[in-house]
Design a protein around this ligand. Structure first.
Ligand code: ADP
Ligand code: ASP
Ligand code: MG
Length: 417
């Protein structure tokens, strides 16, 4: 059994979906779990819809219509009128989304978010499953919410491994090719939950783990894992081989090509992860497995934009001691800030954070009761794994102001403004 994951970029339009079919024919689709994301930027569009809906703006309906039309256009491109098409399923799915929004009484933003965004994946997998079938690739469409079970921590749900293992084994028994959704799951009450943005890689790793897959391949718009994000760096190099440990570090620091939660289940069972180009499926790409570090061993650059730097000091010029640090961290946890980097001196504490849920104002108000708080928004965090002198000069040469700098044996980090 092998697992393939196709992300948003690989299924963004009818041409891309045809390409997915080509890859499956080329690489084989028997004994395969195919995990698929929402098409293109659908999840972002659904987030805009939720924003308007929460503000009570009827414009959410226009966004919903646009999402529906975009998918219907893709159906139009892929299927002829005489074909068995997913048209009715897509109409039904958008109707159930629309009636959820009309009937909903909850004010819980995260709950509503998960009940809405799951439609992106449900719709995309319906279209792809029908298209594969039409192309002669027999498959079973699986609602992943029937087998991936989580707690009710909406938007970043925690997995119930025991229940999930049992259900995945049951739901996949005797099925040769399965098409299912990444990112989404359900709680004990049957409500939809999600595993965090870009979480489809993690879904694929869960299937690989439970079914003892021989490999997981994630198909991307890049040749594999590179030593820097090609959107921001002109010269990049393909990393051919990466150890699990190194890959976890890269993902943790923000190399967004692999979702950070993906690697741990794979590492536990020593299942290799391949990151390959959907444009050039013949190329080797990157292999993540039990190997030594990195091949080639080159500096790797990771950029995180839109970070916040907080500079805290005590109100009475006293030292920052353990008790203060513990208060600071408990507030970080309360507002679900991701702490990216910390540095402390006698009377000050600097922390670079990622405000994932828009709670900065609440955090700063609470911190201000105990500390003098300086806030710098929109800073960027640069990390270099395996840095050398020239890679550091490259960052310093960007001409930006260095607000914070830190080096360990293998990693250098800079907060720049
Ligand atoms: P999908 O959602 O389609 O699975 P993503 O957009 O999540 O794919 O991941 C692919 C993108 O990740 C690339 O287009 C690239 O811009 C970005 N990326 C960030 N860091 C790296 C890296 N180190 N190597 C390759 N791609 C990277
Ligand atoms: N569709 C979801 C997102 O865009 C999950 C994923 O693509 O991995 O975040
Ligand atoms: Mg994605």
């Amino acid at each position: 059994m092998k697992v393939f994951k196709f992300g948003g970029a690989s299924v963004k339009d009818s041409k891309s979906i045809k390409n997915v079919t080509r890859i499956l024919k080329l690489k084989g689709y028997h004994d395969t779990i195919i995990v698929v994301s929402a098409m293109g930027k659908t999840t972002n569009a659904l987030e805009f819809l939720i924003k308007d809906y929460m503000k009570g703006k009827s414009s959410y309906l226009t966004i919903l219509e646009k999402i529906k039309d975009d998918h219907l256009k893709i159906i139009n491109d892929l299927f002829k009128e005489s074909d068995k098409s997913p048209y009715n399923d897509i109409i039904d799915l958008t109707k159930s989304l629309s009636s959820f929004l009309k009937m909903n009484k909850s004010k819980n933003h995260s709950f509503i978010y998960d009940q809405v965004v799951c439609f992106g994946e449900l719709i995309s997998t319906k279209i792809i499953s029908f298209y594969l079938e039409m192309e002669g690739l027999k498959n079973h469409w699986l609602d992943v919410r029937n087998c991936i079970k989580t707690d009710s921590y909406y938007r970043n749900a925690g997995l119930n491994w025991k229940e999930t293992q049992k259900l995945i084994k049951n739901e996949t028994k005797n099925k040769i090719t399965i098409v299912t959704q990444g990112f989404i799951a359900s709680d004990t009450e049957g409500y939809s939950t999600t595993l965090g943005r870009e979480g489809s890689d993690y879904t694929a790793a869960i299937f690989a783990f439970v079914l003892n897959a021989t490999s997981l391949t994630i198909w991307k718009d890049v040749p594999g894992v590179l030593n820097a994000d090609p959107r921001y760096f002109k010269k990049t190099q393909l990393l051919k081989k990466i150890s699990y440990r190194e890959a976890i570090e890269l993902a943790y620091y923000g190399a967004s090509v692999i979702h950070p939660k993906t690697l741990q289940p794979l590492q536990q069972k020593k299942i290799p992860l391949f990151v390959k180009s959907f444009e050039n499926p013949h190329q080797e790409g990157t292999k993540v497995f039990e190997s030594s570090q990195l091949d080639p061993l080159v500096p790797c650059f990771i950029l995180k934009k839109n970070q916040i730097l907080l500079e805290l000091s005590t109100l009475d010029f006293s030292f920052i001691v353990e008790e203060n640090i513990s208060q600071i961290f408990s507030l970080m946890d309360k507002y679900k800030m991701r702490v990216e980097m910390i540095q402390n001196s006698a009377i000050s504490f600097a922390v670079c954070i990622n405000d994932r849920y828009g709670k900065l104002n609440n955090l700063v108000s609470e911190l201000s009761l105990k500390f003098k708080v300086g806030v710098k928004e929109n800073v960027s965090l640069h990390t270099i794994r395996h840095f050398n002198i020239s890679s550091i000069q490259e960052i310093k040469g960007l001409g930006k102001k260095i607000l914070l700098e830190q080096r360990t044996y293998k990693t250098a980090q800079f907060v720049l403004m």
